[in-house]
Design a protein. Structure first.
Length: 239
């Protein structure tokens, strides 16, 4: 057996142990999280802004630190690698187990990178996580902001959307009036904090609405967009 294969098996065993530990709702050590985040960041930086996904796949929306709900999803839909997953962001804030939730998702991504796709939500942001609980949770569990800094740095590498079988466009939130095609989205520079405006912000903040056309979002970021406008915009992304 080659040395490379031995090392790969050892790394897989370590990841399996970490996934098992997280499955018992026990958060990882600081050093383990730092190493895991570095491996995940390296993977994500090789992916385009819009990741292409094959069906069948289970699509998971906001988890917001509800770790036991995440485990229930695995119980119902199956575990990777037997089940393919697309996670649409908002792993942190609001719930009490944001650390465990985001670490589980990135551990699965590192363990099975071809089976697990993760993208960015509007809560994968330094500013938002200082308001809605993730920052305080990291302080409480690790005694310093170091893990918060490491994970929010990782968030800057998350893709902005996914496309399933060239048919279903899956951003965290919605559309942007400035973006008509997937190629345009892939041309954005994503490796930064979520901006307050612009197409990257729109993909993470916009909401569908019953009214026709584009509207100003009451949330203060992104837009609202009507059903017909969205239906017309989506097919132009497949060029």
């Amino acid at each position: 057996m080659s040395l490379g294969r031995v090392l790969a098996q050892q790394e897989a065993a370590i990841l399996d142990a970490q996934i098992g530990q997280l499955g018992e709702c026990k958060f990882l050590s600081e050093s383990d999280v730092i190493e895991l985040a570095a491996k995940c960041k390296e993977l994500l930086q090789q992916e385009p802004n819009v990741t292409h996904v094959k069906a069948p796949v289970v699509v998971v929306g906001d988890t917001h630190g509800q770790f036991h709900d995440l485990l229930e999803i695995f119980k119902i839909a199956g575990r990777a690698p037997d089940t393919n997953y697309l996670f649409l962001g908002d792993y942190v804030d609001r719930g009490y187990y944001s650390v465990e939730t985001v670490c589980m998702v990135i551990a699965l991504k590192v363990r099975w990178p071809q089976r697990v796709v993760i993208i960015r939500g509007n809560h994968e942001s330094r500013q938002i996580t200082q308001v809605y609980g993730f920052y305080e949770e990291c302080l409480r569990k690790y005694g310093s902001p170091r893990i918060w800094q490491v994970l929010t740095d990782l968030f800057d590498s998350l893709p902005l959307a996914a496309v399933i079988e060239n048919q279903l466009f899956c951003p965290h939130a919605g559309l942007s009036p400035q973006m008509d095609t997937v190629d345009q989205i892939n041309g954005l520079s994503r490796f930064e904090e979520v901006p307050h405006e612009g197409p990257m912000c729109d993909l993470l903040w916009s909401d569908p609405d019953d009214r026709m056309g584009w509207g100003i979002s009451p949330r203060g970021a992104g837009y609202t967009y009507g059903q017909v406008r969205g239906a017309r915009a989506l097919p132009r992304g497949w060029s």
